[in-house]
Design a protein around this ligand. Structure first.
Ligand SMILES: [Zn+2]
Length: 322
């Protein structure tokens, strides 16, 4: 437990598909220093060196001794073995990442999947604190998952489970970043909001969104979200479309896990209730009756920091056990 370690800091690392976020985190989960860079790299060595440099910088910036480093990685992680089994977005597949980073850094390292670290932050200290059954969806470029069932994180037989973004939701659907087809994250992620915006502007050539596109602005989930908050009806409609798909996935999740809470984090949460209200409505009407009535859909407390802060929680907890 966090409180078991006296007056120390750890470094939390969120190694995502597009960025690396590194933070010095104290025992009350305050973020004392943060560093962010791109995670794009030509090969594994370049990326290992960059992450190690960022962590070294964080260790130097820390006001106290750093006890160790927790890392959450976007990919299939065998946390027991400390190995990244697969990662669609990073050149790290098959690497004993925990040992390699430990050698480079000279401090203890703990490794897990970023969906699990995000859930750890929310479960221990955030929006689903104390829940026995809860599901986290990290809705950004893709969709990450974290599951707590019967009071324990669900990892599966080899640690690769809880990949909720890769549920098949569409027969003969679009190809996913993982190589599969018709997966949930294609239809319900932040990137899906951008794609829904592109379809909406094609259907509404006189819209403000179409005017923005004509000015050369890239139609991203972020832009569509900003314009929706400004009241643009075409953008609101695009977000409602994605929120509806998000809700359909949550219906399956609710029927399978019967959670008390579904917590939503990731960049797409900037859309707020514009995204979540349609999802809530679908779950209320389409999930099995008593299950749909029992589940609350809530926003992550740690926001975009959840993966990094959760990696710090992982470090505190694992290092206290060693
Ligand atoms: Zn997939």
């Amino acid at each position: 437990m966090v409180a078991a370690v006296a007056a120390n800091c750890v470094v939390g690392v969120d190694l995502g598909g597009t960025k690396v976020l590194v933070g010095v985190v104290d025992e009350s989960l305050g973020v004392l220093h943060r560093i962010q860079h791109s995670s794009e790299a030509a090969d594994a060595n370049e990326l290992l060196d960059r992450v190690a440099e960022m962590v070294d910088e964080a260790i130097e910036a820390a006001p106290q001794d750093v006890l160790g480093v927790g890392i959450g990685v976007a990919g299939i992680v065998d946390a027991k073995a400390g190995v990244i089994a697969a990662s669609p977005h990073l050149p790290l597949a098959g690497l004993p990442f925990e040992a390699l980073m430990g050698e480079r850094l000279g401090v203890p390292v703990a490794l897990d999947n970023d969906g699990n670290t995000s859930m750890l932050a929310e479960w221990r200290h955030g929006a689903v604190k104390g829940a026995s059954d809860a599901v986290m969806l990290t809705v950004g470029t893709g969709i990450g998952g974290g599951i707590v069932a019967n009071g324990a994180l669900v990892r599966g037989s080899t640690g690769g489970g809880a990949e909720l973004g890769h549920m098949v939701v569409e027969q003969d659907g679009e190809q996913c970043s993982c190589g599969g087809y018709g997966h949930f994250e294609w239809y319900a992620s932040g990137a899906a909001i951008g794609r829904a915006g592109e379809r909406a502007l094609a259907a509404h050539p006189d819209s403000t969104l179409a005017a923005a596109a004509a000015e050369g602005r890239e139609i991203t989930g972020t832009l569509v979200t900003e314009m929706a908050h400004d009241g643009d009806a075409v953008c609101v409609e695009a977000i409602v479309e994605v929120g509806t798909r998000l809700g359909q996935g949550m219906v399956s999740i609710t029927n399978i896990f019967n959670p008390q809470l579904i917590v939503v984090g990731g960049g797409a949460i900037a859309a707020g209730d514009l995204l979540l209200d349609p999802a809530r409505e679908i779950v209320e009407h389409q999930a099995l009756a008593s299950l749909g009535a029992n589940v609350s859909i809530v926003v992550a407390e740690f926001g975009a920091d959840a993966g990094m802060v959760g990696a710090a929680v992982l470090a505190f907890e694992q290092l206290a056990q060693r």
